[in-house]
Design a protein around this ligand. Structure first.
Ligand code: PA5
Length: 423
């Protein structure tokens, strides 16, 4: 369970004064009467998910792990960020596990695309193309290249190495997958892209990365209970949502997601999409940004400490690191580092976090929210998903906006299609 500590947020309003509004919104989520009510399948997904398909995801992952050096995941936004966040958080950044997971379809950068295609050319490859609409241009460009590459390399066997995750009935990718005979996995109608890491969108790549997806579902399921009470005293996800609301009332329009683990940086990217796309609309919302400390204390740390008071920080602490070691002693001590000999590296990291908190709160006057997760396991990832899902749904509905649409992302596409000459 994620623990929430608001004592350094210095809120000027009482969280409990929002209980009535929270009760109403919570009821509208339960009764499915809220804005965007046809996209709240994630709330009960840990009970409702298709068990037969879940078993197929595991079987498919097993096959890919046996016959592939590289698994290319082709998708963008919600069809990409969640699985990458989970894989990096749980396995770390230099996992030796096979196959290697590579992401494509998430950019127009020719340099990146050509380099990836070159990197995989002599390897055994499987591909997972993921798109709900089937018309996302970044994904479609990459998948055409991958499809041709796979057919050239494997001939008629290519179709046994390509997996499509898409809508159950409609769309360009669905039609293509039917025609080619690819094994298919379904993106549920009532779960939007940025909530879809808990569906085959995320679970297939995560399982291919050798992660126990039963544990992800177990964490998610426990989160349904732990973050399921409307009572603000019992629900840290809703308390976090209300704290954000109060801080925005005080004029803080930027939320900095702070973590101290390199392997959590993609979690921050996933969180930015989840919060930014859900809340940033109707001229409202808090801008989500992120730092990975202590690395970024040597860059953005200056702004946080001394710059314009536009932001608050939300720290995501991890109790138990994935790995740790004891700092060694040195007979000569030329670097003067013997004062740390015998201490664990994680202890040093935690002291850095503690010192930073004091500096930012006491001297910098920056409100800090603290979230603590027990570890970076698959269970904790699933549990964290439910925490953030519940929090952002509550916060956005408090703004009277629809948390589950993203009308703003269509505008650039219209202009781009015109420039590209698309009919
Ligand atoms: O949150 C969302 O819905 C978006 O980020 C989509 O996931 C993203 O645009 C990809 O869309 P699609 O899965 O249709 O290719």
């Amino acid at each position: 369970m994620i623990q929430l500590d608001l004592q350094h947020a210095h809120l000027k309003e009482d969280v409990k004064s929002y209980q009535e509004q929270v009760n109403q919104i919570d009821e509208s989520l339960r009764l499915k009467t809220c804005k965007g009510n046809d996209f709240i399948g994630w709330m009960t997904w840990a009970n409702d998910y298709d068990k037969e398909e879940f078993a197929r995801v595991k079987a498919c992952a097993k096959k890919v792990r046996e016959d592939s050096d590289v698994f290319v995941v082709c998708g963008i936004g919600g069809s990409y960020l969640g699985s990458r966040a989970a894989i990096e958080m749980i396995n770390g950044l230099y996992s030796q596990k096979k196959p290697e997971i590579i992401f494509l379809g998430n950019t127009f950068s020719s340099s990146y695309i050509v380099q990836v295609m070159d990197y995989i050319k002599d390897k055994d490859v499987s591909v997972n193309v993921i798109s709900k609409s089937g018309t996302t241009t970044e994904t479609s460009i990459a998948f055409r290249l991958l499809k041709q590459f796979m057919e050239e390399k494997y001939g008629s066997e290519a179709k046994h190495r390509i997996y499509a995750t898409t809508d159950k009935a409609r769309g360009t990718l669905k039609a293509l997958a039917d025609k080619e005979g690819y094994e298919q996995f379904v993106i549920p109608d009532d779960i939007g892209g940025r909530f879809s890491v808990i569906t085959p969108v995320g679970l297939l790549p995560i399982a291919v990365a050798g992660i126990d997806i039963d544990e992800i579902m177990r964490g998610l399921h426990d989160g349904m209970g732990e973050y399921g009470d409307a009572d603000l005293e019992k629900n840290p996800a809703y308390r976090y949502a209300v704290a954000r609301r109060i801080l925005q009332n005080e004029g803080y329009n930027v939320e900095l997601f702070v973590n101290y683990e390199m392997q959590m940086q993609m979690v921050a990217e996933w969180w930015k999409q989840l919060f930014g796309e859900s809340e940033g609309k109707d001229g409202k919302g808090i801008l989500p940004d992120s730092v990975c400390n202590s690395t970024d204390l040597h860059s953005l740390g200056q702004f946080v400490q001394d710059g314009k008071k536009i932001l608050f920080e939300t720290n995501l602490y991890v109790d138990k690191p994935m790995l740790d070691m004891t700092f060694p002693s040195d007979d000569e001590n030329m670097d003067n580092m013997n004062y740390l000999a015998g201490k664990s590296l994680d202890w040093v990291n935690k002291m850095a976090a503690k010192g930073t908190l004091q500096a930012h709160v006491d001297t910098g006057n920056v409100p800090n929210i603290i979230l603590t997760m027990p570890d970076m396991s698959a269970y904790s990832f699933g549990n964290m998903c439910m925490f953030y899902f519940k929090a952002i749904a509550m916060t956005t509905l408090m703004n009277d906006s629809n948390p589950f649409n993203q009308p703003g992302v269509e505008v650039y596409k219209k202009n781009m299609f015109k420039l590209l000459g698309k009919e």
